[in-house]
Design a protein around this ligand. Structure first.
Ligand code: ZN
Ligand code: ZN
Length: 331
C-alpha cells in the first residue's frame, strides 16, 4: 500500500506492506484522512517522518476474530489505541489511557490497523469527507464547548481560526451562541463569517479586549475558547470573560502563561477547562451535528487524492484553508 512520508516541507508517498488483521484488530481501507495542525511538525522538520496522520474514516477491509465489525462496514477510525480495560478506556476517554498497545499505524495510509472498539460505525447518510471532521476538526471543540455549557444564552470569543477554531465556530452556532471570532488571516476570518460568526476581528488591527467590553456593556463574554495555542490569545481569553465565565483551551501550547489564582480565579470566579484529541464520547452528538448543520460542509476547503499529497500539505501550510482532506484512494 501507499503511505505518506513528511519532512523538509515536502510530502511524498512510499510503498509499505499492507497491514493484516489480528484478533480484535481490524484493517480499515481509508477513504478520507484529514490533515491536522499537529501533523505539520513532521512536515516542517528535518529528516523523513513516517506513519503520520491520526484522523479519518473508511470501510472495514479485513477482520480476524473481531465480532462487532464485518468487511464493508463504514467506520470512524479513532487515533492511537487503548487497553480497553482501565477507567479511562471504559469511560470513552481512552485517549488518556496509560497502557496503549502498539500496532496502530498512522492514518495517512491506504490501510490502517485498529482495534474494532475504536472504530464506531458511521450512518449511511453521512459521506466520508464530512464524517472525517469528527476527528480533530470537531471533537476537541465539542468536548470543550459542552463542558463549558455553551448555549444560546451566551456570547463566545473564539481565538484562532484554523480548522479546529472554525470547527468551534460551527458548533457554537449550532448551539445558538453569539460568536466573536479572532484571527490575523483574512481568509480564515472570511470563512468564520460564512459559517455564521457575528464578528471576525483582526487582532493586529483591533483591540479585541476593548471591542469585547464595548459590545458587552463592560462585562466581558460569557465564554472564551482558544484554538490558536498562542500565549497572547490564551491570556486574552482569560481577560475577556465576565465574572463566573468559563475559558477553554484546545490549541496546543507546551509553554506556560500567566494566571493569577487570586486575581483571575478566586476573585472573578472563572473556570478553565481543556480538551485534547478525539474520544469515543463525542461520536453520537457529532453525527447529530453533521446531519442538522449544513454549513458544516464549509469546514472543508480542499480535498486531494494521494498523488497530490505534496500540494495538499503545501495548501495547508499556506494558511488559506479550512480542513484539507486527503483521499488515499483518490487521484
Ligand atoms: Zn489532530
Ligand atoms: Zn486503557
Amino acid at each position: 500500500m501507499k503511505r505518506v512520508v513528511l519532512g523538509g516541507q515536502r510530502a511524498w508517498l512510499e510503498d509499505v506492506p499492507d497491514p493484516t488483521p489480528e484478533g480484535e484488530w481490524v484493517v480499515v481501507k481509508m477513504h478520507s484522512s484529514p490533515i491536522c495542525g499537529s501533523d505539520m511538525h513532521g512536515y516542517h522538520a528535518d529528516g523523513d517522518h513516517h506513519g503520520g496522520g491520526h484522523e479519518g474514516v473508511g470501510e472495514v477491509a479485513a477482520v480476524d476474530t473481531a465480532h462487532r465489525l464485518k468487511v464493508g462496514d463504514r467506520v470512524l477510525v479513532n487515533p492511537a489505541s487503548g487497553c480497553g480495560e482501565c477507567w479511562r478506556c471504559r469511560s470513552g476517554n481512552y485517549i488518556h489511557c496509560r497502557s496503549m498497545p502498539p500496532g496502530s499505524g498512522g492514518h495517512f495510509a491506504q490501510y490502517v490497523r485498529k482495534q474494532e472498539w475504536l472504530c464506531p460505525k458511521l450512518p449511511d447518510d453521512i459521506g466520508y469527507d464530512l464524517a472525517s471532521l469528527m476527528g480533530c476538526g470537531l471533537s476537541p471543540a465539542y468536548q470543550a464547548l459542552t463542558r463549558m455549557g455553551v448555549s444560546a444564552f451566551h456570547s463566545l470569543l473564539v481565538t484562532g481560526l484554523g480548522p479546529v477554531g472554525l470547527g468551534a465556530v460551527a458548533l457554537a452556532k449550532f448551539l445558538g451562541a453569539e460568536v466573536i471570532a479572532v484571527d490575523p488571516e483574512p481568509w480564515r476570518r472570511e470563512r468564520a463569517l460564512l459559517i455564521g460568526a457575528e464578528e471576525a476581528l483582526d487582532p493586529t488591527e483591533v483591540d479585541v479586549l476593548q471591542f469585547v467590553r464595548d459590545r458587552t456593556g463592560g462585562e466581558g463574554v460569557h465564554r472564551a475558547l482558544d484554538a490558536s495555542g498562542k500565549p497572547d490569545a490564551e491570556r486574552l481569553c482569560i481577560d475577556a470573560v465576565r465574572a463566573l465565565g468559563k475559558v477553554g483551551f484546545i490549541g496546543e501550547n507546551p509553554n506556560t502563561i500567566e494566571y493569577g489564582p487570586s486575581n483571575d480565579g478566586i476573585r472573578r470566579g472563572i473556570e478553565i477547562i481543556a480538551a485534547w484529541h478525539q474520544n469515543l464520547t463525542s461520536v453520537d452528538d457529532l453525527i447529530t451535528f453533521l446531519r442538522r448543520f449544513p454549513r458544516a460542509a464549509k469546514l472543508i476547503s480542499h480535498t486531494f487524492g494521494f498523488s497530490q499529497v505534496n500540494e495538499a500539505f503545501a495548501t495547508f501550510a499556506g494558511r488559506q484553508s479550512a480542513k484539507v482532506v486527503l483521499r488515499p484512494w483518490g487521484n
